[in-house]
Write a protein that binds this ligand. Structure first.
Ligand code: C2E
Ligand code: CA
Ligand code: CA
Length: 561
């Protein structure tokens, strides 16, 4: 620790000398000044004030016992009773042998005999006590990551706290560095090779932090965290890695990305600072044009907004702020379009923030494992709505609901959804489950088994956002689903871009081969509608027919179809 602070950060620890004798104060100050930042107090009262002002950064107190007004014993006793001050070690300065035992009993860490004859002895004692105290706060952590030799995350956090302690006014950045698609390296070349890459990265990073005066750790496999003085330039590190690893990274689409929390606020928890750098880093996950992102005011606001949404969720559910909207889907391969079903889409009518679209809050709830609660509410509301319409209009309008990956992985998912549907007096046939393509491809056979089970119970499955994920052709043929829903991206420019039209034609050929129906969503214009019809799309959903509307408004479509 001592080595770290002195060599890497080139910082001096703060030591307080308390002595009423001006000569002795000066003597100690001259002796210590080269290695420590020395603060001086003439009496107990002044000392306490200085300790209070510096309790966070003070490494040691050298305390004379005999002083007018408030003596050293009294100071010791006050420090001993104070939760924050008592963590600073005190070395007592005394000419009186008998005082030693008493002061040690009162919590002093050590003593130095007056007069100060041998400076080496004084230094040795001061060093030993400071080190003892600092190591004490670090004993619980394992120091090194065995693979890279960098610190472990736990130790890193401790170190950064130490940096805060000793250099609160110095400007530091937190950097999170991540290897995009590292799992590909492992999959293609094996773990031994993957580990070699991590090791090499470790070497580059260690060199960089040694150079700049900072610390670094590896956390969660392929993520590295650095704390470096602000003057350093993360581009240098990126370049260094590029040069060092270019032969290793060239044949897979891997790249390094970094998130920087610049001028990091030292009053914020270290973990939080790391989170913010990570947030910046993740903001360029799918963006191949950018390698470095900085945590900024917009991200900060977004985070605060997300936190507010999370916080408000519970009461929103209780106060019925969520409204299920329905968007009609029309079957178009007949003389005239026929209402065939509807997609249930959630809206949040927030009392302060107004109407919030799901793309703003669904990802937040998914990340925090809260989506299940909301989705259950939607499934139930939608099921009851289908039953109510059947009662009112004498016909069934099946509704599709969106199902997240997290929903599917819940142990009782199949039972729950079956229960909801039965309870409303429906059969699984009245209910369509939309599962996005990425959920299938991410996976785990587990999910595919669950979807198969749902189909065998009579639920129809629509593969949402088809074409946005990475399913390979031979994979699609083995996946269980009834309908394929084209990703909105194919539809948007179909009337302007012949290539998009060609893609849709190819997907339709695949769909025919697999004997599944095709839905196109996001259809806004007549031209798009006609092209999709020509290509053979069966069902259309989009503003061309209607935006998602509330249940009452939706009744017009039932009446007129
Ligand atoms: P999604 O499932 O792909 O839903 C389609 C989105 O496209 C909806 O956005 C819909 O309003 C929008 N859309 C429909 N027609 C058009 C059109 O003609 N033009 C354009 N530009 N957009 C159109 P929305 O309602 O904002 O939902 C966004 C996403 O939020 C949904 O994408 C879905 O992934 C998620 N989501 C919505 N409701 C739920 C829910 O109840 N549960 C879960 N888990 N996710 C939901
Ligand atoms: Ca959907
Ligand atoms: Ca979609």
């Amino acid at each position: 620790m001592k080595e770290f602070v002195e060599n890497k950060l080139k910082l001096k620890r703060k030591v307080l000398v308390v002595d009423d004798g001006a000569v002795e104060r000066k003597l100690l100050k001259d002796m210590l000044e080269e290695h420590y930042e020395v603060l001086l107090a003439e009496d107990g009262k002044q000392a306490l004030q200085i300790i209070k002002d510096n309790y966070n950064t003070l490494s040691l107190i050298l305390l004379d016992l005999i002083m007018p007004e408030m003596d050293g014993y009294e100071v010791l006793s006050i420090i001993g009773k104070d939760e924050t001050m008592c963590r600073i070690p005190v070395i007592v300065l005394t000419a009186d042998d008998s005082a030693e035992v008493k002061s040690l009993r009162m919590g002093a860490a050590d003593f130095i005999q007056k007069p100060y004859n041998v400076p080496e002895v004084i230094f040795a004692r001061i060093d030993r006590i400071i080190q003892l105290y600092e190591n004490n706060t670090l004993v619980s952590a394992t120091k090194d990551d065995p693979l890279t030799g960098l610190l472990t995350k736990e130790y890193f956090i401790n170190y950064v706290e130490m940096i805060d302690h000793y250099a609160p006014e110095k400007d530091f950045d937190i950097i999170v560095l991540d290897v995009n698609k590292f799992h590909l390296i492992n999959e293609i070349h094996g773990h031994v090779y993957g580990n070699r890459i991590l090791k090499e990265l470790g070497v580059c990073i260690q060199k960089y932090v040694d150079n700049k005066g900072g610390v670094a750790c590896r956390s969660n496999g392929d993520t590295f965290i650095l704390c470096v003085p602000h003057q350093s330039n993360p581009n240098e590190l990126l370049w260094e890695i590029h040069v060092h690893l270019k032969d290793h990274l060239k044949d897979v689409s891997t790249r390094i990305r970094m998130g920087v929390y610049s001028h990091s606020d030292r009053h914020v928890d270290v973990e939080k600072r790391v989170d913010w750098a990570l947030l910046a880093c993740n903001s360029i996950k799918g963006n191949y044009g950018a390698s470095i992102a900085y945590y900024d005011a917009i991200m900060h606001e977004r985070e605060a907004y997300d936190e507010k949404l999370l916080h408000d969720l519970e009461s929103a559910l209780e106060e019925d702020q969520f409204i299920v909207f329905y968007q009609p889907k029309y079957f178009i391969q007949e003389d005239r379009p026929r209402l065939i079903s509807a997609e249930a889409l959630i809206r949040w009518k927030h009392p302060e923030l107004g109407m919030i679209n799901p793309s703003l809050f669904i990802p937040v709830l998914e990340q925090n494992g809260l989506i299940q609660k909301l989705d259950k509410y939607i499934w139930k509301t939608a099921a009851e709505q289908v039953a109510a319409w059947r009662e009112k209009f004498g016909r069934s309008v099946p509704v599709s609901v969106n199902v997240s990956r997290i929903d599917l992985l819940e142990p009782n998912f199949v039972e729950n959804i079956t229960h909801i549907v039965r309870e409303a007096g429906l059969t699984p046939n009245d209910y369509i489950l939309e599962v996005t393509e990425s959920v299938y491809t991410d996976n785990s056979d587990g999910i595919i088994d669950i979807v198969k089970q749902l189909r065998s119970l009579g639920f129809r499955i629509e593969m949402d956002d088809f074409g946005s994920g990475y399913s390979s052709l031979n994979m699609i043929s083995s996946l269980p689903f009834d309908t394929l829903k084209l990703d909105i991206g194919f539809v948007r420019h179909i009337h302007e871009n012949p290539k998009d039209y060609k893609m849709v034609e190819i997907i339709l050929q695949i769909a025919r081969l697999l004997n599944v129906k095709v839905v196109a969503e996001g259809v806004e214009y007549e031209e798009q509608h006609e092209l999709l019809k020509k290509a053979g799309v069966d069902i259309i959903q989009g503003y061309y027919y209607s935006k998602p509307v509330d249940a009452e408004t939706f009744e017009i479509f039932i009446k007129t179809s």
